[in-house]
Write a protein that binds this ligand. Structure first.
Ligand code: UDP
Ligand code: MG
Length: 153
């Protein structure tokens, strides 16, 4: 099954939304297969935000991501990348649909609670960037037959 990366940004830690965000993915039926607290630095952020390196706010978002530790999580499920992305909502919290994480908890473009991988290819790259192989775990949810029909998995 697909795996995707969710980073709980400093805004999630400062706003005490760590449990709330994790709860949403758990309740959806995604499987938590990796979790760790990390202090990010310039090196990893240059890679992570490489697609934004020419934008005027590049240094600002890197600084914002270093103000506190972050929590990196890996979630597994059928179409997990798209499921998590839908639950994340639009980048700008002011435009994000209510019911999404950003729609419910953010009024900002920068301070938007979570980073979530935007494609299967990027999820693979990003998981490698934030987790060692042995930090992603393999186990079964006993509720699997009640999460999916047997022809879905
Ligand atoms: N960001 C920003 N200003 C912008 C665009 C993006 O501060 O105009 C920040 C924001 O925190 C966003 C992150 O840079 O989450 C990464 O941008 P991306 O376009 O990848 O958005 P996302 O995939 O997080 O929705
Ligand atoms: Mg992105």
């Amino acid at each position: 099954m697909e795996k995707t990366l969710v980073l709980l940004k400093p805004s999630a830690l400062q706003r005490a939304l760590v449990g709330e965000v994790i709860k949403r993915f758990e309740q959806k039926g995604l499987k938590l297969t990796g979790i760790k607290m990390m202090q990010l630095n310039d090196e990893i952020l240059n890679e992570h935000y490489a697609h934004l390196s020419e934008r005027p706010f590049f240094q600002r978002i890197k600084d914002a991501m270093m103000t506190t530790p972050i929590i990196a999580t890996c979630w597994e499920g059928l179409d997990a990348v798209q499921v998590v992305r839908t639950m994340t909502g639009a980048t700008n919290g002011r435009n994000a649909t209510p019911g999404t994480i950003r729609g419910d908890f953010s009024v900002s473009v920068q301070e938007n609670i979570v980073h979530t991988s935007d494609s299967i290819e990027n999820a693979k790259e990003e998981l490698k960037r934030f987790f060692k192989k042995e930090e992603i775990f393999n186990y079964n949810h006993l509720t699997l037959p009640f999460l999916y029909a047997n022809d879905e998995i």
